[in-house]
Design a protein around this ligand. Structure first.
Ligand code: ADP
Length: 170
């Protein structure tokens, strides 16, 4: 059985991520989406919220599972019983970073293979950072994030600052 793991921050999940998830899921028996805690990045959505948003998006994909993780991605891949790590590639800037990370991961875990999937052209310029920016300014996110993610962003941005941090329901 081929198990692959797609780790990321998913703050929040976009249609670019979903495209990678769907295409990777078609290649392997089981795909585990690992939602990285990433305290250094101070994510906009809590870990629980990010996991929930991904879970809701993958309900129709029977071989896709979602789990939160902290620590090294390669350790998470191993713990999930995976031999393959999936990443998505957009522009040159992604390549540099992914290449650097891949070489480090190869050093740490030579038994795990990296599989990078190129973005689909319509998602080339899509990033979670840009999505948050557009949402904050009231822009329409149709076709860029799943509907429930657009709703979660709208709700979060409409909350007074203090409440946005405390209210964990999306
Ligand atoms: P990280 O902080 O680990 O980069 P992200 O959630 O930003 O987490 O991205 C997770 C993975 O998804 C990365 O490999 C990233 O390059 C990829 N990715 C992000 N957006 C897209 C997109 N629009 N198309 C293809 N891959 C993407």
């Amino acid at each position: 059985m081929t198990v692959a793991v797609y780790p990321g921050t998913f703050d929040p999940l976009t249609c670019g991520h979903m495209d990678i998830i769907e295409r990777a899921a078609a290649l392997v028996d089981k795909l585990m989406v690992g939602v990285y805690e990433h305290p250094a990045k101070q994510p906009f959505f809590s870990l629980e919220q990010r996991v929930k948003l991904v879970e809701e998006a993958v309900t129709g994909l029977s071989n896709v599972h979602v789990k939160a993780f902290a620590g090294l991605a390669v350790d998470f891949v191993r713990a999930a019983g995976g031999k393959v790590m999936i990443r998505g590639l957009r522009a040159n800037s992604d390549f540099e970073r992914e290449f650097e990370m891949a070489l480090m991961n190869r050093k740490l875990a030579p038994d795990i293979e990296l599989l990078c999937l190129m973005t689909s052209s319509q998602y080339q310029f899509l990033s979670s950072t840009l999505i948050k920016e557009v949402s904050k300014l009231g822009g329409c996110l149709e076709g860029m994030v799943p509907d429930h993610v657009a709703l979660a962003l709208k709700e979060k941005f409409s909350m007074p600052t203090g409440l946005a941090i405390n209210k964990s329901k999306v």
